[in-house]
Structures are given as structure tokens and as C-alpha cells.
Design a binder for this molecule. Structure first.
Ligand code: HAM
Length: 424
């Protein structure tokens, strides 16, 4: 039997309620904050990611699904959305619109990572990007949107880990300093970090090996190497964050796995039993004022974040938030005897026309087996029609939670159900 591709999963009907919640929340927030949806192609030119995400990053070095067309084009299944969105902004002349242009997306991305819990090879991102006008207030607005989004869906066990990466004036000096420090501790670092020392020293902060963490915790911090404008900018971001009361912590070790960032960066970590989980972040983002230039465009400030849909779904489940949209307000129609079945068929169409969510199992004849199905479907009520009810023009309404049964006149059923189930 042919199975699905490793690291890729089916999103099953029982998950739909969570996805609907996330999509509806994004759409509401987008309307409130004035963002419009953008959809970009799943395939992009490989060079787009090599130049923006960065040649030395894990994503470009190991994780891209790339292919060559017969015509010789090198293409890649997008591993993230920020570079494609910036490309679309430039290519479609969005510079002519009121700035910043505010865009959001709900899209699948692809990374050939080692499959682990909540690390998939196809996963969905919900993201917000503001392009064309930058600054500390834009960064803070975006962090606020992410916070607002997560609270709206019902999460509260997360914290923003905020850092700055400086800009082209001060970062280089810091990276050199860090590289020298790491070189002087080379013997205590793992093999991977030894390779990182000159190529991409910042990524040593992401190493999970304890011996490397012991060294990186003592490393020089970027905050002490910032140029004056970057220092002021970061101070403003933090002051604004205090103002809007977002749960955040300063974390000098958050450097992000993509190279296009400058100044503010952040990750959103969840906490379990009071412990923050740095391994599977709910989301991440930051400012990318230099991204357009990396892609060969002109200077275009930008800032944004993306949240992992599968990870939010899991966080909702872990919190015990149950969403089964198919069971809420469901009524089960049960019948006993052929004449009752005929009447039930007619009632079914009447109820559907009135907007009642009706389920039935006309293929089953015994009442107990039909009620078992009603139970499985988590129906709120069962309507029971037998020969006697047919004769009396009545029905039995059974509350599936309590088991209480009452007899109603057939003509009162629809208004009564609509009232109880809040159907307009
Ligand atoms: P990222 O941190 O690489 O940032 O990904 C953002 C989020 O996508 C992660 O925090 C995580 O929730 C989810 N994610 C990433 N990889 C996987 C995976 N293999 N399986 C499941 N979920 C995953 C970016 O992609 C940036 N483009 C974010 C951004 C937007 N920066 C500025 N604007």
C-alpha cells in the first residue's frame, strides 16, 4: 500500500473545527487591523530563498525541496512566506499604494527537516507582513497582533522572546567579536558549532548540546555592541511593548534561523507546567529592512511574523480546548416503523430548510442502535417518531445528555428546536 510522504500529514475532518477557528480569527483580525490576504505560488525560483533566507542557513543548506525543470530552471517549494511576499510586493508595484502595505496569508510551506513531534515537512503558516514603512511602532503593532490572535483563540500560556540583531552598521562588528570568542573556545564546542565559528557564528546560539550552551551563555551579547540608532530603536520597541502589556522577556540568545532580519526579532514560546519550550515555537518574526536589497530590489523596510498552524492546533488541544463543530447544535432524527420512516424523511427536509443540523440513520431500524449513533455523533437532542407519535401528530424529544424525554406536538417542534438551539 502506498503511504503518504514522510513528514507530511493529512488534515482530518475531526481537526476542521480548529482550522476553522484559526481561519475565522485571522480574517476578523485582518479586517480590524486593515490587512488584505495575499496568495503566492507554491513554487518560486530557488535563488529567491538562497539570497534572502541565506546560503549558510539550515533551511537553504539542507531543508529545501528543490527541482530542475526540463528547461533548466531551478525551482523550490517555498520553505517560508516572507521572501515570496516581498517579491510579490516589488513585482506588483505595491510601492504605489499607501504605505505600509499590510498583507496576511494562510499557506502551506515545505522544509525537509528531520521529522519530529510538531516538525513537519509540509506545514501551514499564518502570517502578517507590513511592507514599505518601518520603525519600532510597526514592530510593536505586529507583536500586538500576534498576541491578540493567540489570546482570541484561547491561548494564554506563551511568552514572546524578544531580541535585536542590530543593523548593517553594528552587526558585523558583533559577529566578528562572537566569532573570536567562539574560536577561543573551539575545543569545548561540538563539531557542528566548530564549523559555525567562521561561517555563521550566530547560529551557535541555536545549538542544543549542553557543552555548547555553556559556552554561548557566556558569549558577548549583541546588546552591548549596538550602534546608537539601534539601541534607541530597541528601547522604543520595549517601551511600546510595556505600554500594550504583551507578555515578553528579553532573550539575547534568540537569533532566528533566517538571515534577512535586522533589529527586532522574536519567537513565541509556549509554557508547559511553568517551563518554556524553546524547541517548538508557536511563531516567530521580526524586521527585515534589508530583505528587498538581498533580492536585488531597492531599500524597502518590512516587518512581520508567522505562526505555525499545526502547533497552535496542538496547543489548543493541550489546553483542553475542544472544538467539534459538527456536534454542536446537532439533532438526531430517529424513527421506528416504515410509516414513521416516511414521516421522518419529510421532517428531515423541513428541519434542514429551517437551518437545523440534522443527522439520521435511516438504514437502521432499531431505536437503541439509532440512539447509539446519536450518542457517537454527540447530538444534543434526538427526535423520536414511532407509530404512536405518528397517530398523535407528536414527537418525543430526548435530551441526549440527561436522557430526559418529553412529548411535543409535531407542529411545535421546529420553533421549539430553533429556540433551544439559538437558530435565527
Ligand atoms: P520560522 O520561525 O522559520 O519563521 O517559522 C515560523 C513558524 O512556522 C514557526 O514558529 C513554527 O510555528 C512554524 N514552523 C516552522 N517550521 C515548521 C515545521 N517544520 N513544522 C511545523 N511548523 C513549523 C519564518 O518562516 C518567517 N518567515 C517568519 C516571519 C514572517 N518573519 C517575518 N515575517
Amino acid at each position: 500500500m502506498i503511504e503518504s510522504v514522510k513528514g507530511m500529514r493529512d488534515i482530518l475532518p475531526q481537526e476542521e473545527g480548529y482550522w476553522d477557528l484559526l481561519e475565522a480569527t485571522v480574517k476578523n483580525i485582518a479586517i480590524s487591523f486593515g490587512f488584505s490576504r495575499i496568495r503566492t505560488p507554491i513554487l518560486e525560483k530557488t535563488d529567491l530563498f538562497v539570497r534572502s533566507v541565506g546560503k549558510q542557513t539550515d533551511i537553504v543548506q539542507k531543508e529545501m525541496y528543490s527541482l530542475k525543470t526540463e528547461g533548466g530552471d531551478a525551482l523550490t517549494l517555498r520553505p517560508e512566506m516572507t521572501a515570496p511576499v516581498m517579491r510579490a510586493y516589488i513585482e506588483n508595484g505595491m510601492k504605489a499604494q499607501i504605505q505600509p502595505v499590510k498583507l496576511y496569508y494562510i499557506e502551506p510551506c515545505f522544509r525537509h527537516e528531520r521529522p519530529q513531534q510538531l516538525r513537519y515537512r509540509q506545514f501551514y503558516q499564518i502570517g502578517f507582513e507590513e511592507i514599505g514603512l518601518g520603525g519600532s511602532a510597526v514592530d510593536t503593532e505586529l507583536i500586538l497582533i500576534a498576541h491578540y490572535f493567540l489570546s482570541k483563540i484561547g491561548l494564554d500560556n506563551y511568552e514572546f522572546q524578544v531580541n535585536t540583531l542590530g543593523d548593517e552598521n553594528c552587526r558585523e562588528g558583533y559577529v566578528l567579536l562572537l566569532s573570536e570568542y567562539l574560536k577561543s573556545n573551539r575545543r569545548s564546542l561540538c563539531e557542528v558549532c566548530n564549523n559555525r565559528v567562521t561561517k555563521r557564528p550566530l547560529s551557535a546560539f541555536d545549538c542544543k548540546e549542553e557543552k555548547c550552551q555553556r559556552i554561548t551563555r557566556m558569549a558577548p551579547k549583541i546588546i552591548d555592541s549596538l550602534c546608537e540608532p539601534c539601541r534607541t530603536d530597541f528601547k522604543e520597541v520595549l517601551e511600546l511593548l510595556d505600554e500594550v502589556q504583551v507578555p515578553y522577556a528579553l532573550n539575547p540568545f534568540v537569533v532566528r534561523g533566517l538571515e534577512y532580519y535586522s533589529r527586532t526579532v522574536y519567537e513565541i514560546w509556549t509554557s508547559r507546567d511553568g517551563e518554556l519550550d524553546s524547541q517548538v515555537s508557536l511563531g516567530g518574526g521580526g524586521r527585515y529592512d534589508g530583505l528587498a536589497e538581498l533580492m536585488g530590489g531597492e531599500h524597502t523596510p518590512g516587518s512581520g511574523f508567522a505562526l505555525g498552524v499545526e502547533r497552535m492546533e496542538e496547543a489548543l488541544k493541550e489546553k483542553g480546548i475542544k472544538i467539534n463543530k459538527h456536534s454542536s447544535g446537532v439533532v438526531f432524527l430517529a424513527q421506528l416503523g416504515f410509516q414513521a420512516k416516511k414521516r421522518a424523511m419529510r421532517l428531515l427536509s423541513e428541519l434542514l430548510l429551517e437551518g437545523v443540523r440534522v443527522r439520521s440513520s435511516f438504514a437502521r431500524n432499531s431505536l437503541s442502535s439509532q440512539l447509539r449513533v446519536a450518542d457517537k455523533l454527540e447530538a444534543e437532542y434526538a427526535i423520536i417518531i414511532g407509530e404512536k407519535e405518528l397517530y398523535d401528530r407528536s414527537i418525543i424529544l430526548r435530551d441526549m445528555k440527561t436522557g430526559n424525554q418529553e412529548t411535543l406536538e409535531m407542529k411545535d417542534l421546529v420553533p421549539e428546536l430553533k429556540n433551544r438551539l439559538n437558530i435565527l
